[in-house]
Design a protein around this ligand. Structure first.
Ligand SMILES: Cc1cc2nc3c(=O)[nH]c(=O)nc-3n(C[C@H](O)[C@H](O)[C@H](O)COP(=O)(O)OP(=O)(O)OC[C@H]3O[C@@H](n4cnc5c(N)ncnc54)[C@H](O)[C@@H]3O)c2cc1C
Length: 305
């Protein structure tokens, strides 16, 4: 191993425990698509450790990639060199603030936060309970479903900026729009989100969550690995309908397939590679464009290509 890398590893080992550093870790274990080659270093720091790990990467000129729960990612079969920093369980936790606010650490799963809110009789997160992402990933993506989106409940975020500063940004400075945020453009790391919910009845909240869960199970191919909706909804259209109309229901490249149950989802039938999924996505884009003239923009984030 070259000297510089060795030194970097030694420094990393001073910051994190051995259990928090995995070398050449297959990212297929960290994505809901179940594809993706190895991360040179997959690290799982606590909230307190994140700034030091980021600073070390910067100082050592080692590439840094941040992931959450990997539920909106297509990672290349060649994997990712440098450090992949997973903001996950080690950086999770929820605090009930005065009144109707929650402070949720970025690594917390949306489902956990939604359950916590329900238990405390706080309404507003019902839409998010079935989205399999972390709070951080959901804020960056401005995740949404069934008429709700993160933008509706976010009052602010604590971020680590590219410049290494930890600052609080109010929601109206986050440029939140359909599956877009300022953090996406600027590369800020989300550390914590503050959510503003409203008082409600736990029974009613849970009934709504259950109703939405049933709708997901009925409509979505949850029995297969996927990253949810593969493409964004083009204005005035539904991606799934455009794909179906182009004759692509069930269309396959190897084990990558346009779901027969919901054409908006690309699924991994078992042994798909990232290359097959990407190939399929590109063919879908071309054929939909040829059929209806509409360009489908990926919602899934591509890493390592
Ligand atoms: C079955 C299924 C159903 C889904 N349904 C929905 C749905 O209804 N609505 C919806 O909007 N999405 C849906 N998704 C997609 C996905 O769950 C969301 O986009 C989710 O918000 C992604 O969160 P994540 O933690 O998994 O992020 P990842 O997929 O790990 O990352 C997504 C992006 O966010 C960045 N990122 C992650 N965490 C941080 C952080 N802490 N700081 C800075 N950047 C970060 C990553 O670099 C990447 O660019 C679905 C996915 C699946 C598999």
């Amino acid at each position: 191993m070259e000297k510089q890398r060795q030194r970097f590893e030694q420094e990393l080992e001073k910051l994190l425990t051995q259990a928090q550093i995995k070398k050449e870790e297959p990212l297929s274990r960290h994505t809901t698509f179940r594809v993706g080659g190895p991360a040179e270093y997959l690290v799982t720091p606590t909230m307190e450790q994140i700034p030091d790990v980021v600073a070390l990467c910067k100082q050592s000129e080692v590439a840094l990639t941040v992931i959450g729960n990997g539920s909106n990612l297509l990672v290349s079969d060649n994997g990712i060199r440098g450090v992949v920093l997973e903001v996950g369980k080690a950086a999770s936790g929820i605090r009930l603030l005065d009144g109707e606010d929650l402070a949720v650490m970025a690594g917390t799963l949306l489902s956990e936060a939604a359950n916590f809110a329900a238990k405390n009789g706080l309404s507003g997160m019902e839409f998010a309970a079935g989205i399999p992402g972390s709070l951080g990933g959901a804020v960056v993506m401005n995740a949404g479903a069934y008429g709700g989106e993160m933008k509706d409940i976010l009052s602010g975020v604590r971020v680590l900026t590219k410049g290494g500063e930890i600052i609080v940004r109010p929601a109206d400075e986050l440029d939140l729009s359909y599956r877009h945020s300022r953090m996406m453009d600027e590369g800020d790391i989300v550390l914590e989100a503050r959510l503003n919910l409203t008082q409600g009845s736990e029974v009613v909240i849970r009934a709504q969550m259950e109703e939405l869960r049933k709708r997901r199970v009925e409509k979505q191919p949850l029995e297969y690995p996927s990253a949810g909706s593969t493409f964004k909804r083009p204005e005035g259209y539904f991606a799934g309908k455009l794909i179906e109309d182009a004759g692509l229901r069930g269309f396959r490249v190897g084990d990558a397939q346009v779901s027969e149950k919901h054409c908006g989802f690309v699924i991994n039938r078992g042994a798909a590679t990232a290359a097959q999924i990407l190939d399929l996505m590109q063919q879908v884009q071309e054929r939909v464009k040829a059929h209806s003239g509409v360009y489908l923009e990926p919602e899934v984030r591509l890493l390592g290509f």
